[in-house]
Design a protein around this ligand. Structure first.
Ligand SMILES: *Cc1c(COP(=O)(O)O)cnc(C)c1O
Length: 367
């Protein structure tokens, strides 16, 4: 799910507050005490500690997308710059989840996701940084479930940092869900004397949300002085299911709020989760060429596609608005789309070296 915050208000977080936030973070990879912002103090459970895994706060800059409606200002928050191996929104959840895993005495982490899961990649890296082993259950097609999964995109990083990969087919996954495979693997590892800590799919439980995405953004915006409306784009399920899911997470935090009051969710799934239409990829290519910002094909690319389409179809809705678009990361997922991208990207040719230049002295030159 991708999120942008839309607000007609000019209000911004004061720089002194931002500095305070920056200074309170400990050095990279250290265990830190967590103090929630004052407006979040009544939520619970509040985690007591986190590991400083992300390079935060991430930058915000003006995003000059082509063909914006009159007076529409778009800014972009670069959560993709929260790190390199650990880039994207998942690092915020992992900061808390890893502290919990360590506090509970775990010696390894189990989690589950799609074959190009950013969450699984980030978890594998965070686990290795903190000297925990990592077991990833990855969902793939029936045709590929018995094959070596290869090294494309997120898999490259996961496997290089030593994660153990276990493949499950989409059919099996559709039958037994995400919880059962994790439980089965947990029991198997416990029999071997290990102490596994299970992180649910996508890292979203009530604890993960404390660092998290849609629910966290909307709750934060609502409780803080920002009060901007959060518009979310669902990329893997019906908006209705996401309202329910967010409600569950809010309930877990005893927030006493209704998800429908906090967010507006629009379907941007297209032809299916992690599957791209040519128009979507074209849009991502155009944005990259016009602005230098490379989105990802699974989340922010679909959200930007849907947002720009709406801006063209309903310009009056956007005129005069100030929008903050959250780039949630996931660049490595682009490698999975190489074949689809190839025909969309040109600008290459053979470098022409004239014979007369080549034959000047016939000796190889290093410089
Ligand atoms: C996982 C992910 C999201 C969605 O995050 P949730 O907290 O699960 O809603 C969005 N963008 C990227 C790049 C992701 O990897």
């Amino acid at each position: 799910m991708e999120v942008k915050i839309q607000s007609g208000r000019e209000e911004q977080t004061s720089s002194s507050k931002m500095n305070g936030l920056l200074e309170s973070r400990g050095t990279f990879l250290s265990l830190c005490q967590y103090t929630p912002p004052s407006w979040a103090a009544q939520l619970g459970p509040i985690p007591s500690h986190y590991y400083a895994l992300g390079h935060l706060p991430t930058p915000i800059h003006r995003w000059n997308l082509p063909d914006l409606p009159t007076n529409t200002e778009v800014w972009i928050k670069r959560e993709d710059l929260s790190g390199m191996q650990l880039s994207g929104n998942k690092v915020r959840k992992l900061e808390f989840l890893m502290a919990d895993a360590k506090a509970k005495g775990a010696d390894c982490i189990i989690t589950i996701g799609g074959i190009q899961s950013n969450h699984c990649r980030a978890t594998a890296v965070a686990a290795r940084y903190l000297n925990l082993d990592c077991y990833l259950i990855l969902r793939t097609t029936r045709a590929e479930v018995d094959e070596n999964p290869g090294l494309i995109g997120n898999l490259l990083v996961e496997r290089m940092v030593g994660a153990n990969i276990e493949l499950i087919s989409m059919e099996e996954h559709a039958q037994i869900g995400s919880v059962t495979p994790c439980t089965l693997l947990k029991e198997r590892l416990e029999k071997d004397g290990r102490k596994p800590y299970v992180i649910p799919v996508g890292g979203s439980n009530s604890l993960g949300t404390c660092g998290g995405t849609t629910a966290g953004l909307s709750l934060g915006s609502h409780l803080s002085s920002l009060k901007a409306k959060v518009h979310a784009f669902s990329v893997c399920d019906d908006p209705d299911n996401f309202y329910d899911y967010t409600q569950g997470l809010l309930n877990g935090l005893h927030a006493g709020l209704n998800s429908h009051d906090l967010i507006s969710i629009v379907n941007a799934e297209g032809i299916g989760y992690a599957m791209s239409k040519v128009e979507e990829l074209k849009c991502v290519c155009q944005i990259a060429e016009a602005t230098g910002v490379v989105l990802d094909p699974v989340y922010s690319g679909k959200a930007a596609f849907q947002m720009l389409r709406d801006m063209v179809e309903n310009p009056s809705k956007w005129e005069g608005r100030k929008v903050l678009f959250i780039h949630s990361g996931g660049l490595l997922g682009m490698y999975d789309k190489m074949q689809q991208l190839q025909p969309l990207i040109g600008k290459w040719q053979r470098f022409k070296v004239d014979d007369s230049v080549l034959q000047v002295d016939g000796v190889g030159k290093m410089f």
